[in-house]
Design a protein around this ligand. Structure first.
Ligand code: AMP
Ligand code: MG
Length: 417
């Protein structure tokens, strides 16, 4: 339960010089430089949906715990050869939760219900629909394999087997598996605390009457919702105007309250881009010129030992950079490891010529088995994010995409949305 170490202030430093860092190189650098920063805690399995396991979980008992019947029928020993058979029906029965205490001898059969323990001496069950019972006798036609319609002890999970690795995010179905083998509590990572800041003198919140030269702060509520989907705790630091002193003060406060800081706006090198200016003045910022569209320079820094992701202000770029760069990094900080989203390869329903030198993410959706792209690539068109079901990824190299050609598609769901 030791507190994870703070990051070094130069952990994002990159070699000097103007160079457009390819997306994959940027991702490798992030993966190499970030580690889990959250502590552990114990969580009841019933309440652990979405939590990240801090320790591998072993099965404390087998599933099923004993051999039992898969059907309602009659149990006896060994299989049946082809042809007619007659067995003596024993008194009593074995029901789920009420096992038969006695032994079933050779040549005898016992009534058994689904989920009931197989009695000693018996290993095979015949379905009740396949027999005739008359005067204490069971008439049945073979063949029937020995062990038919029975579940062996531990055939699903052996006692002591590893069920989940550390770093696994618990899903509802996993809760079923954990409870099946009697796990009541698991060791999980505490949720990552993510401070979120919007910067820009033009930003305001809906509600009040606003001048037309002001815009609503879309990024903060949108990114907060994304972070919540990822099971993180949001520390909302509000809107900060374009003022270096206020930016510094807000970063100071955010670094005290959170494990990581996500800002949007002011991340490039303009007169009012105070986020990148403030981060570089502390000597620990790397302005990564990532060869990606949409996305202007992504400012990465460390403030008071806490990593800062300075996302572009443009909502489309902020959203895409959050999914592509911040997500794996935040997962790594959360203890889940640096997870790459699983892509689908599907035919394009569009045509496009793409120049070499940068990776492109287009707002896209799957319709009738093919990938359509949003009518405009303008990154100010925030409505395209909702039009889309996901993102199509066009490789760094030049490409001539024609309709029907396979493209890489990431449905929003693979980003945990
Ligand atoms: P910046 O990165 O600060 O230069 O902002 C780039 C563009 O995104 C500008 O048009 C901003 O007005 C806009 N923008 C910045 N932050 C936000 C935000 N939180 N919500 C909506 N638009 C924003
Ligand atoms: Mg700005």
């Amino acid at each position: 339960m030791s507190k994870a170490p703070k990051l070094h202030n130069d952990c994002f430093a990159l070699p000097a010089g103007v160079y457009w860092t390819p997306v994959d190189e940027a991702l490798s650098l992030l993966e190499a430089r970030l580690q889990t920063v959250v502590d552990n805690e114990v969580c009841e399995v019933e309440a652990c949906d979405g939590r990240i396991l801090a320790q591998a979980v072993m099965a404390p008992r087998s599933h099923p715990p004993c051999a039992n019947s898969a059907v309602d029928g009659y149990v006896f020993s060994g299989g049946l050869t082809p042809g007619a058979h007659c067995l003596d029906l024993q008194g009593g029965r074995s029901a789920a939760g009420e096992a038969f205490g006695g032994v079933v001898s050779t040549g005898q059969a016992l009534r058994i219900l689904t989920g009931a323990a197989l009695p000693e001496g018996a290993d095979t069950v015949v379905l009740q629909e396949d027999v005739t019972v008359e005067d204490g006798k069971l008439y049945v036609n073979g063949p029937l394999k020995a062990g038919a319609n029975a579940r062996k002890a531990g055939e699903d999970v052996e006692c002591g087997a590893e069920l989940f690795e550390a770093g696994h995010r618990v899903q509802p179905q996993d809760i079923g598996v954990l409870i099946s083998v009697g796990v009541a509590e698991v060791e999980v990572f505490k949720p990552l605390r993510v401070a979120i800041i919007s910067t820009g003198a033009e930003l305001c919140v809906p509600g009040a009457e606003v001048r037309t030269d002001k815009i609503f702060d879309a990024n903060r509520p949108m990114l907060k919702a994304v972070l919540r989907r990822w099971g993180m705790d949001v520390v909302d630091m509000g809107i900060v105007p374009d003022n270096a002193k206020l930016v510094r003060q807000t970063l100071d406060k955010a670094a005290e309250l959170a494990d990581v800081i996500l800002t949007s706006g002011g991340a490039s090198a303009g007169d009012e881009d105070h986020m990148s200016a403030v981060l570089s003045k502390t000597g620990n910022m790397a302005l990564w010129r990532i060869a990606v569209k949409p996305g202007r320079p992504l400012a990465l820094g460390v403030w008071g030992g806490v990593p800062v992701f300075g996302l572009p202000g443009n909502p489309v770029a902020a959203f895409v950079c959050t999914l592509i760069f911040a997500r794996p990094a935040l997962l790594q900080l959360s203890g889940a490891g640096f997870l790459a989203p699983q892509a689908l390869t599907l035919p394009a329903a569009f045509a496009k010529t793409k120049k070499a030198g940068r990776r492109e993410y287009l707002r896209a959706r799957l319709r009738d088995g093919a990938i359509e792209v949003f009518g405009s690539e303008g990154s100010g068109r925030v409505s395209g994010l909702s039009w889309a079901d996901g993102l199509v990824e066009l490789s760094d190299q030049a490409a001539e995409i024609s309709a029907g050609q396979p493209v890489t598609f990431y449905p929003y769901s693979v980003f945990g949305l």
